[in-house]
Every structure is written in C-alpha cells, then in structure tokens.
Design a protein around this ligand. Structure first.
Ligand SMILES: Cc1cc2nc3c(=O)[nH]c(=O)nc-3n(C[C@H](O)[C@H](O)[C@H](O)COP(=O)(O)OP(=O)(O)OC[C@H]3O[C@@H](n4cnc5c(N)ncnc54)[C@H](O)[C@@H]3O)c2cc1C
Length: 303
C-alpha cells in the first residue's frame, strides 16, 4: 500500500508533550476527518504498524529511543468544538479547557471540571480524567471510537471506566464525543471556572514542563489514605533531582523538566521516588503517566 498523503517520517515527539522529552516517531500523521483517520488506521493495520495516539501529551512520556510505529494527532474537524442545543460535540483532539470555556460562554454547565485538565477530549476519555470531583462519565453521552474497520458509537457504561482508566484499546481512537450539559447563567459558570483556576494555581506549579501526576494514588491499606504526593513528600522526595528532572517543590507527585531532562532522567527519578516510598511505607506506587515507545526502566525499578 502506498503511504497516505500527509504521513511524515522520523517526526520529533518531544515538542508534542508537556514534559518535552523523548525521541521521534517513525511515522506521524494529523488526520482532519473521520474518513482520513479510518484510511490511516487501515494503512497502519496493513503495514502492521503500532498506533500511538498523542493528545496534548499532558500525561505522556516518550522513550528517548522514540516510537517504532505511527503516531497520530487529531486535527481539523477531529479537534473542533460545536454546540447542538444543550450538547457540546467535541472532536477527540479538542482541548478540554477550551471546551469548558466555550460551554461557559454558551451558558452550559457540566464541563467545568475540564478547565484545569490540560488534555484533549480523547485523552480525557482514555484516562477517565477527573478533577475536584467532576465526573466525566456523568456528562458524557457517547463517544465515537475509530478502528481500521470504521467508527463505533459507545455509551459511557461500555467504556469500562475505572480510576484513571478505560477499556479503550491501543489501536482504538476516540474521534468524537458528545457531552450533555445543563443550561445555566454564563456569568455563574464563568465565575465557577475562575474559582477553579485560582484553587489550582494555589495547589500546583504552573508554567513548568511536567506531565501532571506521576504516580496513581495508591489504594493499598498501608498507604492509610495518603496520596502519592503525600507519600513522596514524607519520603523526602520534594525537590529531589536526577539530571535535568526533579520532583516539584510545590507538588511532590509532579516531575518537572527544568534543565534539559531526558526521559532516562525522568525514569531514574521515578524509580528513586518509588524505592523511597516502598522503603518507608511498604507501598508500591504505580505510574499514572502513559508511555509511547519502549521505556527503559533503570535497575531497581522492580521492588
Ligand atoms: C499541569 C497538569 C495538570 C493535570 N491535572 C489533571 C487533573 O486534574 N486530572 C486528571 O485526570 N489529569 C490531569 N492531568 C493529566 C492529563 O492532563 C490527563 O490525563 C489528560 O486526560 C491527558 O490527555 P491528553 O490529551 O494530554 O493525552 P496524552 O497525554 O497525549 O495521552 C494520554 C493517553 O491517552 C491516549 N490518547 C490520547 N488521545 C487519544 C484519543 N483521541 N483516542 C485514544 N487514546 C488517546 C494516549 O495514547 C495515551 O495513552 C494533568 C496534567 C498536567 C500537565
């Protein structure tokens, strides 16, 4: 099969992630319509290429050696935000903060939780993103999931939502989503958004290169309800550095790339944080951050 139009080779991925580390993808494309996306997925299937979706790259760690497959970022129609009555229809590549802000100007309430989640609709569905108790599943009406075989509309109860997880497979693409919202006073929704932004500014570092939460909050009894950030902090990880990466001074579960970090630096830092928490509390932290390419965990990662 000939290479579809718009497919590029050896495309650097670091700049597509918020932490800005990692190597290139062998293949890269930005489909703008559902037709282009399905054709691309069919080509990848034919060529036996692994699919790697990139949303805003806000919870994504790319291997320094890069990704031996086809990286896809949705654009055009597949990143649009539209209103249909009380519904907001988002392309999988639409940014969640933009959708939350647009819903506010349209006098629609329910998407406010998205204002502080710097990802796309597709990434948020895949990760079951959440903030301050706002539930994605409560306002999500359906998603169109594309594979090489075409689109398939799924309801939230078919998505297997768990804590930061869904059953969306690695070769499945969230191409569109519909949110069913409630009419509200635009000024009141905007005020809620402003309050949420302010709370976030106080709690988390801003303007830094990071992928947000590094580890999931543990469910283990030994954690005694402590968050991953609290466990890391109590284990002396706040500000801990490996190469160009460090755990944030403001929020110990955030890794910052503040000095030209590589993914290897980030992985070594994560391994050290995990080791310290295990030594002190007997709790094994599991990564929340997703990966593209083969991550090389340092010796000592397995506890
Ligand atoms: C400062 C900061 C604050 C954050 N705060 C929060 C928060 O409050 N709550 C929260 O839940 N998360 C938070 N995050 C993490 C992150 O924003 C979310 O996980 C977000 O949902 C990821 O979306 P993304 O588009 O950036 O996905 P990416 O990081 O690009 O990808 C994440 C995963 O989703 C897959 N994916 C992306 N797009 C699609 C698609 N269209 N179809 C199928 N799979 C796809 C990727 O392949 C990957 O496996 C924060 C991150 C940062 C940097």
């Amino acid at each position: 099969m000939t290479v579809p139009d718009g497919v590029e080779r050896d495309f650097p991925l670091a700049r597509l992630t918020t932490v800005r580390t990692g190597g290139p993808a062998d293949w890269y494309s930005k489909p703008e319509t559902e037709g282009q996306l399905v054709a691309l997925l069919a080509w990848a299937e034919e060529e036996q290429l692994t699919i790697g979706m990139v949303g805003s790259g806000s919870n994504l760690l790319v291997a320094d050696e890069g990704f031996r497959g086809l990286a896809i970022k949705l654009d055009g129609e597949l990143a649009a935000i539209e209103r249909e009555g009380n519904r907001v229809l988002c392309g999988g590549g639409a940014r969640l903060p933009s959708a939350a802000a647009k819903a506010a100007t349209w006098g629609l309430s329910g998407l406010e939780f998205g204002i502080n989640i710097p990802g796309t609709t597709g990434g948020a569905v895949k990760m079951n993103a959440n903030a301050y108790g706002g539930q994605l599943a409560e306002v999500l009406e359906w998603v169109d999931v594309c594979t090489a075989g075409g689109p398939d509309r799924r309801a939230p109860d078919q998505l297997g939502f768990g804590y930061r997880s869904s059953n969306i497979g690695s070769a499945e693409v969230v191409a569109r989503a519909s949110f069913e919202l409630s009419p509200a006073d635009p000024a009141a929704v905007r005020e809620t958004l402003a309050g949420m932004r302010e709370r976030r500014r106080e709690a988390q570092p801003s303007g830094i290169k990071t992928f947000g939460s590094t580890f999931k909050n543990p469910e283990a009894e030994r954690a005694e309800g402590k968050t991953a950030g609290q466990l890391l902090e109590a284990s002396g990880c706040r500000g801990l550095r490996v190469g160009g990466a460090r755990f944030s001074e403001k929020h110990a579960n955030f890794v910052e790339n503040d000095n030209g970090a590589s993914t290897a630096d980030v992985l070594e830092l994560m391994a050290e944080g995990r080791r310290r928490v295990h030594e002190r509390f007997g709790v094994t932290l599991e990564p929340e951050v997703q990966s593209l390419g083969e991550l090389r965990w340092p010796d000592g990662w397995e506890l």
